[in-house]
Design a protein. Sequence first.
Length: 324
Amino acid sequence: MRLPKFEYRVPRTVAEAVKIVADVGAEAQFVAGGTDLYPNMKRRQQMPKTVISVMRLPELNRVTGAGDQGTVIGASVTLTEICENEIIKRDYPVIASATRTISTPILRNMGTIGGNLLLDTRCNYYDQNYEWRKAINFCLKKDGDVCWVAPGSSKCWAVQSSDLVPVMVAIGAKFRLVSAAGERMVEAREFYKDDGIDYMNKRPDELLVDIHLPPTNGWRASYQKLRRRGAFDFPVLGVAAYVRLDRDAVIDAKIVLGGIAPSPVQVADAAQALIGKTLDDDQIQAAAEAAYVKARPLDNTDFVYQWRKQMARQYTIRALRELM
Ligand SMILES: Cc1cc2nc3c(=O)[nH]c(=O)nc-3n(C[C@H](O)[C@H](O)[C@H](O)COP(=O)(O)OP(=O)(O)OC[C@H]3O[C@@H](n4cnc5c(N)ncnc54)[C@H](O)[C@@H]3O)c2cc1C
Ligand code: SF4
């Protein structure tokens, strides 16, 4: 598969980057490592005429702060750098360990945290070459008018498949977006939308500049990923668990499921099963049951979807046991 022709721009400042995208308009798209965008372009799913690299923007290439006051990670920091960063490993081990599960070492050398958080949604009927998609007359997400997963549906159910998204939602990260019109901060939990086509609360002209992690004052988090091959594969279920403890009692909790729907799924009943209690096997079982009830994967990724639903229970147990 060949890339379509495009113009490649390499701005050196954030102001220059957002000016280019504002000037070019809808035909422009940012690229970081290109591990998601370039395959999509080869499959003719995304066809920007101007591709704007965000890899030479110094503001996007640094990690500042630490766990005691909060940490800011530039969007172009590579996944390998995340895995190896001493502050992230020490203060946010859940981010380092979840990042280590993403794809392969070579892709982690190229891929960035920003690209990961803005990953396109995935579906067995969509992640195919142009001829394959043409043979089924395409689908709602691109060039067609029917959803092959749920033919009666007017909505696309392509799956949010990033490993870091459920973690960012669980720990309460914020994203800073900059455009020619100004800047805004969005909570990770408000950033993702339950629609496989319109899946982000972000305009195309907005540049993700950095990711703001909260201070690590008394919370712990873990992440468990279901995939076919341990060496590399997208998650077809990811469970992020977050608890804040006061002595033995859980005073805050979040369970967030990834890889099963167009957006990360926060399970409020699982949190309620934990808050105000001791983190023991009975409470973990109750939270896992709530995650199982809430998980409603569809038949558009690897593995039988009914089994992925069953696994929501097991992976929630694993994630919470890690925090005991
Ligand atoms: C074989 C394979 C296996 C993979 N396995 C996994 C996996 O297990 N888990 C997982 O989570 N991912 C996986 N990925 C997806 C991908 O490699 C990673 O998510 C990676 O982090 C994407 O980052 P990138 O910098 O390459 O993104 P890019 O491809 O450069 O960009 C992705 C999207 O983000 C936009 N973008 C990038 N940076 C910015 C910015 N700063 N501001 C605004 N828009 C921006 C681009 O326009 C594009 O739409 C896999 C990919 C492949 C090819
Ligand atoms: S969920 Fe439906 S519309 Fe969305 S990509 Fe898959 S087949 Fe296409």
